[in-house]
Unconditional design. Structure first.
Length: 229
């Protein structure tokens, strides 16, 4: 029985520490929320995340065209070409893709299904390479500058949400249970009461044990003296 009480005592200590960690996570979430782009909705962030995937896939498909354009404009830094093409694809995708299609893959900042390329993605990400005739054509437009800035902020929020989802998943798989009793769902006041009771019982038992041990040790010398006499 004493071993059971000791184990329960340790579990409650662990559970209290878990709640402290949860408070820290909530504080972190508040900080992240303060960085959330105030001019973007959840649907817009979801759209940006899907369009970023479409953009990356389309850039791979355009690798040969990008190389030809780089030679045509005599560009020594390929990043200039890649960045501009990426921005054009990303901008067009955000304008053309439907939220219903976005939510097939991401909804409320959460992956729903694994991304799969679809035929209509070619249409909403198609770029005319003939329009790039000068190095100045590779500059971002004002709208693209704002769009890419918002994307950086949106990506921070999205990644934070993924981290929180993983934390919740890990926590859900580490819940402490004794029989059918789930310690995670016990009210804090009740847990504190149990903690104090077990604390008193545990240390009271130790005190009682030590007191009995002292009595036992105290009688032994008398018994030995009687035998000697």
């Amino acid at each position: 029985m004493s071993k059971f009480l000791f184990v329960l005592f340790l579990l409650l200590v662990i559970n209290c520490n878990s709640e402290l960690q949860n408070k820290t996570l909530n504080n972190t979430k508040k900080i992240v929320d303060s960085k959330k782009p105030f001019n973007l909705t959840i649907d817009e962030i979801d759209t940006m995340m899907v369009c970023s995937i479409i953009m990356e896939e389309k850039i791979k498909k355009y690798s040969s065209k990008i190389e030809k354009l780089q030679k045509k404009l005599n560009i020594t830094t390929p990043e200039l070409v890649v960045n501009k093409i990426s921005a054009d694809i990303f901008e067009k995708c955000n304008k053309r893709i439907k939220i219903e299609k976005v939510n097939n893959f991401i909804k409320n900042l959460t992956f729903i299904n694994e991304f799969q390329w679809e035929k209509n993605f070619d249409v909403i990400s198609e770029i005319n390479f003939e329009k790039y005739n000068n190095k100045s054509d590779l500059d971002y437009t004002t709208n693209q500058q704002v769009l890419m800035y918002n994307f950086q902020k949106a990506e921070e929020v999205f990644k934070q949400k993924q981290m929180e989802d993983r934390e919740r998943y890990i926590k859900a798989n580490q819940k402490i249970k004794i029989g059918n009793l789930d310690l995670e769902n016990i009210p804090q006041g009740f847990k504190l009461g149990i903690f104090l009771i077990i604390f008193l019982i545990f240390f009271g038992g130790i005190f009682y044990y030590l007191k009995g041990l002292n009595k036992k040790l105290g009688t032994n010398p008398k018994k030995k003296k009687k035998k000697i006499q």
